[in-house]
Design a protein around this ligand. Structure first.
Ligand SMILES: Cc1cc2nc3c(=O)[nH]c(=O)nc-3n(C[C@H](O)[C@H](O)[C@H](O)COP(=O)(O)OP(=O)(O)OC[C@H]3O[C@@H](n4cnc5c(N)ncnc54)[C@H](O)[C@@H]3O)c2cc1C
Length: 172
């Protein structure tokens, strides 16, 4: 079996803190018959739901089709951290794409965070939105790279990150 799906039971959320602590979402009926829509979106994760919301607000008739449950995929089993940038260091993106495009990606991710913050304030205060997150390194050599990246981000992007040692990370 594909290890990606090892913990999955079709139609059930993966066992997680979310599944254990949140009230079960109502079942959504399966699509029957013919439905007319301007846009059909496959997948009710963050991407599909945000696209659906944006299109619906723009007056489009939208149908979201989800194979399992809303939030069945990565969106329902992630760390919930609202971090900056991407899962590659910004200096790596600069090396691959050049300064201008890397900066554009950074700005895009910052705009995404702002949208999420505003959405939670307006529609989901119970989410208790709090930006930020922790990134763990596995060995001393990686810590050297991390220090250089933190310095780079402070100098070129005005982004603040605090480096914690092992004990401080555990306390945090
Ligand atoms: C373990 C883990 C930890 C993470 N931690 C973080 C974090 O701390 N912070 C962060 O920002 N990001 C984190 N991420 C990344 C983040 O969760 C994903 O980038 C995001 O959830 C992707 O959303 P998505 O809507 O694109 O995909 P998904 O949430 O995976 O949604 C795709 C949906 O499409 C459905 N689907 C697939 N095929 C079909 C089909 N043919 N028809 C109908 N439906 C279909 C699936 O069932 C699923 O519900 C983490 C990811 C993982 C896996």
């Amino acid at each position: 079996m594909n290890p990606l799906y090892r913990n999955d039971r079709p139609g059930h959320h993966a066992p997680s803190w979310y599944a254990a602590s949140l009230p079960e979402a109502p079942p959504r009926p399966a699509l029957t018959g013919a439905v007319a829509a301007d846009v059909v979106i496959l997948g009710a994760g963050f991407t599909g739901l945000w696209a659906a919301l944006t299109l619906a607000r723009a007056g489009r008739r939208v149908v979201v089709l989800e194979a399992h449950r809303v939030g069945f995929g990565a969106s329902g089993r992630n760390g919930g951290q609202v971090q900056s940038g991407f899962n590659k260091p910004q200096s790596w993106l600069e090396a691959q794409l050049g300064q201008t495009r890397a900066r554009a990606l950074w700005d895009l991710s910052e705009a995404g965070k702002a949208q999420l913050r505003d959405f939670c304030a307006a529609h989901a205060p119970e989410a208790a939105f709090r930006p930020g997150g922790a990134h763990g390194e596995y060995n001393a050599a990686d810590m050297d790279h991390l220090r250089a990246e933190v310095d780079h981000m402070a100098r070129h992007y005005g982004a603040h990150a605090e480096i914690l040692d092992r004990d401080a990370l555990q306390r945090w």
